[in-house]
Design a protein. Structure first.
Length: 192
């Protein structure tokens, strides 16, 4: 953003607020050259990005607020600033919109997780458990173990259980058959 006083293009955002209906963001900026403070308003542009849902057949309009909401939920009661979250959503939306007009919902989830991993591991686990983005149970257990003592054992187990139920591969034993298809039995019967 060009400084209205000196024309420099370098500034930093010092405060950021959403309008009541979350349709615009007011940003307080400070010029890094002369220190002048000014305000910008950002409107959220309606995205023409399409999201292909998990069933691979239906798709829907990309909804930034939905994405922001799911991320905010993962950060509930974490000490992460609104600015960080907004930046995170901005980054993800930007990456999605520049990579094509269609995106798989699973790719959005993967992208969110990739970012969360570096920002907040608890938020990462929460998001992953809600959106079931772990490839398998081992991966989830690994992530929990890496978290170590930072998460209370009980909550970790609860989350593990929740994922366990839906993610564990169902290894149902195939109906057992005699190795030689029962021929031996027939022969035996024949001889008798
Ligand atoms: Zn300036």
């Amino acid at each position: 953003m060009r400084c209205p006083k000196c024309g420099s293009r370098d500034d930093k955002v010092i405060d950021s607020r959403q309008s009541r209906d979350s349709s615009s963001i007011r940003r307080r900026r400070q010029c890094l050259s002369c220190g002048y403070r000014f305000t910008t308003y950002e409107e959220i542009e309606r995205s023409d990005l399409r999201v292909i849902k998990r069933d691979r057949r239906t798709h829907e309009q990309f909804d930034r607020r939905k994405l922001a909401g799911s991320i905010a939920k993962a950060f509930e009661k974490r000490s992460t600033s609104l600015l960080t979250l907004e930046q995170l959503v901005d980054d993800i939306v930007h990456e999605l919109e520049t990579s094509g007009r269609e995106v798989n919902s699973s790719d959005i989830g993967a992208k969110v997780l990739e970012k969360l991993k570096d920002i907040d591991e608890v938020a990462y686990l929460r998001y992953a458990s809600v959106h079931q983005r772990f490839g398998d149970v081992d991966e989830f257990v690994d992530a929990i173990q890496k978290l170590g003592r930072r998460v209370k054992k009980n909550s970790a187990q609860r989350e593990l259980f929740a994922v366990d139920e839906t993610q564990e591969p169902r290894l149902k034993a195939a109906p057992s058959r005699p190795v030689d298809g029962g021929k031996t039995n027939k022969k035996k019967h024949g001889r008798v």
